[in-house]
Write a protein that binds this ligand. Structure first.
Ligand SMILES: C[S@@+](CC[C@H](N)C(=O)[O-])C[C@H]1O[C@@H](n2cnc3c(N)ncnc32)[C@H](O)[C@@H]1O
Length: 496
């Protein structure tokens, strides 16, 4: 795909606008059923919904549905642009029909509406998946997940490492003064440049692997959804898909991102990474990942969201590459499993790493498993959690006991027990929002969280609970201080 000249970019933008080819316009034309089906890569309901032949319907057929449209319909929707788009490799004109070679579709976030150029979605309507090594992904669930996890505070300089079609860069440009986007794939860089131009956003697009193109530059925010798939060299040699295979063994790429990014962070700067990490036989995953964090000078919050056994993992990624059911599938599956076995890898974890560079104190690192549903966007919760860590770091035990904390308004108590029993067998405190954490507690903890309304201090509440339960107040205070810190860290209790 060649870059479009600036005047054509402007005319394309005008044409898309004139057709009403925005996120709401397309969703409105399709209706909820066809829209949802399309998100499952099924086009039949959307074909019915676009039978009217309006310019908007033509663009929906041309791009998200990847259907051939009549040349005269294409000319009506994209006046004077079809030849130029074909010359640039975005469309193909043949026998009175026009087809898309590259995708252009609306994408929206609260308060922003963009068009995203990327490669065509493979495997529509169950078609065999065939992707080239330099395929540029469109907006994937991983892209939106990272976008929603990202800290959206105003910042000076932001870096989108492995930009693909530039989706993270466009989001970053809404709250960063300067955005650098890097990639090793020349087609991805061309698409990011086009997306920046089409959406009238400034992005400093640079070619280079990992941090090569930013040398000694510092950033306030680094976000990356890197090519983290853990595969053997034989797999990579068979068909390296640059959007998912780094060319490095195991989870080495993620290790390099996590160990190098902190050197590019300004004090207080953030690095947010979607990643895979291997589970080696006999080693808890936390031990491996915490090793990467040593010496980074960063607070870290690492959440393992999923763990796939080796067979599930190989199946997932061979299907993603369209190898399932084709010649060579069994051999590749077997070779990948064999390599996992040789490496002592028994599972692969998927999750998020949030790092923040701290000054003047020892970094605090939490690594946890949380496989349950969360409420996105979580960017604000990430910020709040690290702020609470800052506060806890400078709060002595005496000050914590003197603190008047509040329980978060969405925390609910659930109890489980025999019908008619006087006391519950299990008490769980559950957040209804954000991470939707659940924490099994005892009567003291439940009583403490229930009584924290900003009126009494933590010490006063613990003393009252000690009296009620016939325990020694001094011992209870000492025993429960660690729990209070955990409750604050995880957002059950708020310090302000
Ligand atoms: C999973 S895609 C993510 C695309 C996009 N940022 C998103 O969030 O959807 C990973 C991207 O990293 C790029 N990439 C692969 N190896 C890289 C490397 N060594 N350095 C920088 N980028 C790389 C790929 O070309 C691809 O565009």
């Amino acid at each position: 795909m060649d870059l479009l000249p600036p005047d054509m970019v402007a005319r394309l933008r005008e044409a898309l606008r004139a057709c009403g080819y925005g996120y709401d316009g397309v969703a409105g034309l399709l209706g909820p059923t066809a829209h949802a089906a399309l998100s499952r890569n099924e086009t039949t309901p959307a074909r019915r919904a676009t039978a009217g032949g309006s310019p908007l319907a033509t663009l929906v057929r041309l791009w998200p549905l990847q259907a051939a449209v009549r040349r005269r319909d294409a000319d009506r929707a994209l006046p004077g642009l079809v030849e130029g788009l074909a010359a640039a490799g975005i469309l193909e004109v043949s026998g009175g029909e026009v087809r898309a070679l590259v995708d252009v579709r609306p994408y929206a976030d609260e308060g922003a509406d963009w068009w995203m150029v990327s490669d065509l979605t493979p495997g529509l309507d169950g078609a065999p998946i065939d992707v080239a090594g330099d395929h540029v992904l469109g907006i994937s669930p991983a892209s939106t997940s990272l976008a929603q996890l990202t800290v959206r505070e105003p910042v000076g300089r932001a870096l989108d490492l492995g930009t693909g079609c530039g989706v993270q860069a466009l989001h970053l440009a809404r709250h960063a003064d300067h955005v650098v986007a890097t990639d090793v794939n020349a087609r991805a860089l061309a698409m990011t440049r086009l997306n920046a131009a089409l959406n009238e956003v400034d992005v400093d697009v640079r070619a280079g692997s990992l941090f090569d193109s930013v040398q000694t530059e510092l950033f306030d925010l680094v976000t990356t959804n890197p090519p983290f798939v853990v595969s053997p060299a034989t797999e990579r040699a068979a068909e390296r898909l640059v959007y998912r295979d780094s060319g490095l063994p195991g989870d080495e790429l993620v290790r390099r991102v996590v160990t190098t990014a902190p050197r590019h962070l300004r004090p207080g700067g953030w690095c947010q990474v979607l990643a895979n990490w291997v589970h080696r036989r006999g080693q808890p995953w936390q031990e491996r990942v915490v090793g990467w964090l040593e010496g980074t000078g960063c607070d870290a919050w690492v959440v393992q969201r999923e763990k796939a056994d080796v067979a599930e993992y190989v199946e997932l990624w061979l299907k993603d590459a369209g190898v399932h059911g084709r010649r060579g599938y069994l051999q590749r599956y077997d070779a990948w499993l064999g390599w996992f076995d040789e490496q002592g890898i028994e599972a692969v974890g998927f999750g998020w790493l949030h790092l923040r560079r701290v000054e003047d104190r020892e970094p605090v690192q939490h690594l946890e498993d949380w496989a349950f549903e969360v409420e996105q966007p979580l960017g604000a919760e990430v910020v709040d959690r690290f702020r609470r860590l800052d506060l806890l770091a400078v709060t002595s035990d005496d000050d914590l006991l003197a603190g008047r904390l509040r329980s978060r308004v969405d925390v609910r108590q659930e109890t489980v027990g025999e019908p008619g029993a006087a006391d519950p067998e299990v008490i769980v405190l559950r957040q209804q929002r954000g991470m939707r954490r659940a924490r099994q507690v005892d009567t003291v903890e439940a009583g403490l969280v229930g009584a924290c309304d900003g009126d009494l201090s933590v010490g006063q509440i613990l003393d009252a609970l000690a009296t009620l339960l016939g325990e020694d107040p001094a011992t209870l205070r000492e025993q429960r201080l660690g729990v209070v810190r955990e409750l604050v860290t995880d957002g059950f209790l708020l310090p302000w």
